[in-house]
Design a protein around this ligand. Structure first.
Ligand code: SAM
Length: 281
């Protein structure tokens, strides 16, 4: 049945192309590729011969319409990018939207993504994270972006090109202060490396050792300042206030226990020794 397949491709190691991805790429009518030369190498490696159309940042508007029309006419198309998952800082988002609008089924054939792979090996909290992609090269947008995420407690993930890495590390240090960072370089490739350090140490290191290869930056989120838990004295005061408002001492202790985390019996016992303030009126 005609549809669009989103096919994840390796971020380095060709062994990461799944058997299902090979099957789907071999079974579609045509493949939309970010760079047809890069995809041709991948297809040749797996002995797949398919017509390719280029689909990249500067032609996606008109090319997207053509691709959707072909799928609506009964063809099956796979979209791939140079590496990783389509749509993640890569072409694809627009095509998926067009397909959704036209009622064309979209099926994912998931593969590796540098962002999630770098997060997994970072050693930083993984339960909540925010993918921030590439920072803009425009100074104003860059500063605004960093200001927007500065107080985000989630682990932050950025992509960066090696020649901009040092400037970006300096900007992160200036915007966030000295946080922990994990720099994942050349994941799944021969020179794979994960450097778990701090922003200031990373700045020093890369000022001395010019970065090479592809990088993902995984940065610790903002520290959340939890409110101080109430003291026992404050919790007992709450029991007194609730009792003064008309609750029985037992109910007041129960409610204060719920609000403060202290045990009801403990609050009740301490409250017995404190005279209940007179009710007003
Ligand atoms: N769609 C891709 C994905 O799902 O990972 C990302 C494409 S984006 C244009 C390219 C960026 O991903 C690179 O600049 C780098 O930040 C990161 N990247 C891709 N492959 C990588 C690798 N093997 N190791 C580290 N980072 C990588």
């Amino acid at each position: 049945m005609s549809r669009l397949y989103l096919v994840g491709t390796p971020i380095g190691n060709l062994g990461d192309l799944s058997p299902r991805a090979v099957e789907v790429l071999g079974g579609v009518d045509f493949i939309a590729a970010e760079d047809t030369r890069v995809t041709l190498k991948l297809l040749n490696h797996f002995g797949i011969k398919k017509p390719l159309v280029s689909y990249y940042a500067h032609n996606l508007r008109e090319r997207g319409q053509v691709i959707v029309a072909r799928i609506l006419a009964g063809e099956r198309c796979a979209i791939v990018t140079d590496a990783g998952m389509p749509c993640i800082s890569d072409p694809g988002e627009d095509l998926v939207r067009l397909c959704a609008e036209a009622g064309v089924p979209v099926e994912a054939v998931p593969g590796p993504s540098a962002a999630v792979t770098a997060l997994a090996v970072s050693g930083l909290p993984t339960s909540r994270f925010a993918f921030e992609g590439f920072l803009s090269v425009k100074r104003n947008s860059r500063t605004a972006h960093l200001a927007q995420v500065k107080d985000d407690p989630r682990t932050l993930i950025f992509y960066e090109a090696p020649h901009k890495l040092l400037a970006t590390l300096n900007d992160l240090l200036e915007a966030f202060g000295n946080r922990r960072i994990s720099l994942a370089r050349e994941l799944t490739k021969l020179h794979e490396e994960v450097r778990r350090t701090t922003l200031s140490e990373a700045v020093e290191w890369y000022a001395e050792h010019p970065p090479r290869g592809e990088f993902v930056l995984v940065v610790e989120g903002a520290q959340v300042r939890l409110d101080e838990p109430p003291t026992l004295e404050e919790a007992v005061e709450l029991v007194q206030a609730l009792a003064a408002g008309g609750m029985s001492l037992s109910d007041a202790a129960k409610e204060a226990a719920r609000q403060t985390g202290y045990k009801k019996g403990e609050l009740y016992k301490h409250s017995l020794n404190v005279p209940v303030p007179e009710q007003e009126g």
